[in-house]
Write a protein that binds this ligand. Structure first.
Ligand SMILES: Cc1cc2nc3c(=O)[nH]c(=O)nc-3n(C[C@H](O)[C@H](O)[C@H](O)COP(=O)(O)O)c2cc1C
Length: 309
């Protein structure tokens, strides 16, 4: 048995990325029912909203699912207690070190899997008791670090002894095989699931992913310390133009990006919405069911099938 399927209690060693505003009970339950680990992405939601998503997810699946907690959210602390009350067994964390919560989660029997963008954070979270790490390369959609999946995964594998899950740039079985060859024991995916039938984003968002090509993503927010990978559009071009010009007030730039993810996700605004997606969007050619995506990832994988050792 694979160490990650054992840890997660899933059929396949795959976690669905906890995408803010997107990863609700519909996507999470579809992924769990298809054999992966679905996640409710808490993002900036308050504790009541996350609790109601958990309850709805429980109605749609009897398979394990988890919650992704963004540590910089003002609601993180309350959510950290609520997940215990709701009997959640797996938590992934983004944007920092979950050290202050780990003892109470572990006492409640919860497995904790932080997302890390560097060897140093991987070592720190191992020290405070993480069960595994998700190592995310800069190819990924959403908030990103600097290093690529290809360089970061083996460096983290060499530096720590807990299992490593690779994320960033995986959309087909070749990505699964590459991840295993680099020393990972499982994968996390985001972009490829945006183009799934069950994903609750606007149809325009799905179609934009399917139509995009290799060079269609760009990173905004590097200058403000919050780099985010999105598909190029009027908003990202305007934003990057502002960062090059001198003396553009920060408020002006914030006005442009305020609520922009919601504009893309709910209104389908592909011009002024923040269409977060990874570089692998160019490899995603059709909208499929979550089950078709997961089966395709693993049933065609040479390493997973044992054909390649
Ligand atoms: C639209 C979008 C939103 C995301 N939001 C979050 C988030 O709220 N928390 C988080 O930990 N990761 C977030 N991510 C990163 C994913 O969880 C995942 O690690 C990443 O998508 C994997 O790389 P890929 O996009 O190349 O598959 C987001 C990714 C996307 C595409």
């Amino acid at each position: 048995m694979n160490i990650i399927t054992e840890l997660l209690g899933t059929k396949y060693p795959v976690i669905q990325g906890g995408m803010a505003n997107i990863a609700d009970h519909r996507l999470a339950s579809a992924v769990s029912n298809a054999g992966g680990l679905g996640l409710i992405g808490a993002g900036g939601w308050d504790v009541d909203k996350v609790r109601s998503e958990i309850k709805l997810c429980k109605e749609l699946t009897d398979k394990p699912f988890g919650v992704n907690i963004m540590l910089m959210s003002p609601h993180a602390e309350k959510i950290s207690d609520m997940v215990i009350e709701e009997g959640i067994k797996i938590i992934t964390t983004g944007a920092g070190n979950p050290g202050i919560y780990i003892d109470k989660w572990k006492n409640a029997g919860i497995k904790v899997i932080p997302v890390v963008p560097s060897v140093s954070l991987a070592k720190r979270v191992q020290r405070v008791g993480a069960d595994a790490v998700i190592v995310e390369g800069t190819e990924a959609g959403g908030h990103v670090g600097e290093l690529t999946t290809f360089t970061l995964v083996p460096q983290v594998v060499d530096a720590i002894s807990i299992p490593v899950i690779a994320a960033g740039g995986i959309a087909d079985s070749r990505g699964v095989d590459a991840s295993f060859m680099l020393g990972a024991s499982g994968i996390q995916i985001g972009t490829v699931l945006l183009a799934s039938i069950e994903c609750p984003v606007h149809e325009n968002y799905k179609n934009k992913i399917v139509k995009s090509k290799d060079t269609d993503t760009v990173v905004t927010g590097r200058s403000t310390g919050a780099p985010v990978r999105v598909l190029k559009n009027k908003m990202s071009r305007e934003y990057l133009r502002m960062t090059k010009e001198k003396n553009v007030p920060l408020e002006e730039m914030e006005k442009l990006t305020l609520g922009s993810l919601r504009k893309a996700v709910f209104d389908g605004d592909m011009d002024y919405g923040s269409v977060m997606a990874g570089q692998v969007a160019g490899l995603v050619k059709e909208i499929r069911s979550v089950k078709a995506i997961l089966d395709d990832l693993f049933l065609k994988s040479k390493v997973y099938s044992g054909e390649l050792k």
